[in-house]
Write a protein that binds this ligand. Structure first.
Ligand SMILES: C[S@@+](CC[C@H](N)C(=O)[O-])C[C@H]1O[C@@H](n2cnc3c(N)ncnc32)[C@H](O)[C@@H]1O
Length: 252
């Protein structure tokens, strides 16, 4: 497999990924198909998989990092709208929300909940003008980005001066014990609960991919470096319970 050699991918090059796709073009098609098919069952699956990082956590992170009333928010990888819905509450009726995602299936679920502008596109190529938004959010999708330099370059371009980027992601814990607990959860508890809930095959495949991509994600330091390379300042990462990470940056 060659794609992570050619691009600054958020995933390490590993043969395990070939179970899902081989190469960047295939990755895009495979992940879009996976999300399209799982869209209807995504919210229920997320409640189990996301280790409790539900609505309250997403809202808390957005608020803590400066999203407030009246802002224009671009939520990248909006999916069914779990981050977008919380952002929508915080920016209020005077704010503007743009929800971007490449999966038409996920966006169609989002539109059932939120009456907002949706954009069918990838993080690596955002069809918006320069200096257009006050805040860019992205929840639990960094591992699906094929080229971090392109994506972060786009975030920087569409943000107004002083605007912030806030990326939420689950990462491998540093400690061996933490890694063991997470692996057991992903490989043992999640499939067990999936069987109990009689999840569809499409949702099960998404869960397997979810676990593999957490294990094969590049190190957090590489993500911070990519944010700096894109031009962001005040770049930092905070960690909750050794698993939930927030990558932050500001456009000067
Ligand atoms: C795990 S879901 C996250 C949805 C939502 N942000 C949340 O917090 O639940 C990942 C989403 O990323 C989207 N996605 C995959 N590749 C992407 C890319 N390159 N750029 C933007 N979004 C992407 C998928 O279509 C999917 O809707």
């Amino acid at each position: 497999m060659t794609y992570s050699k050619r691009r600054n991918s958020a995933l390490k090059n590993n043969p395990r990924l070939q179970t899902y796709f081989d190469g960047e073009d295939q990755r895009r098609i495979a992940t879009r198909t996976m999300f399209d098919r799982a869209a209807g069952g995504y919210d229920q699956a997320e409640r189990i998989m996301a280790l409790g990082s539900g609505a309250w956590y997403r809202r808390k992170v957005l608020r803590r990092n400066g999203l407030c009333e009246g802002m224009t928010l671009l939520d990248v990888a909006a999916g069914t709208g779990l981050v977008a819905a919380e952002g929508h509450r915080l920016i209020g009726p005077s704010g503007r929300l743009l929800a971007l995602d490449p999966s038409p299936g996920m966006l169609s679920e989002l539109r059932k909940k939120l009456d907002v502008e949706t954009i069918e596109a990838y993080a690596e190529s955002i069809p918006l003008p320069d200096d257009h938004v006050d805040f860019v959010s992205m929840g639990y999708a960094l591992r699906h980005v094929g080229d971090l330099d392109l994506a972060f370059g786009e975030y920087h371009r569409v943000l107004r001066s002083g605007g912030r980027v806030c990326i939420m992601e689950i990462s491998r814990p540093k400690s061996r014990l933490g890694q063991l607990v997470l692996r057991s959860y992903i490989r043992g508890v999640v499939p067990f609960v999936a069987r109990l809930m009689r999840s569809q095959a499409d949702v099960k495949q998404l869960w397997a991919y979810y676990g593999d991509t957490i294990e094969l994600a590049i190190e957090p330091e590489c993500i911070l470096d990519a944010l700096r390379r894109a031009g962001f300042v005040d770049v930092e990462c905070s960690v909750t319970f050794g698993i939930f990470r927030e990558y932050l940056g500001r456009k000067a």
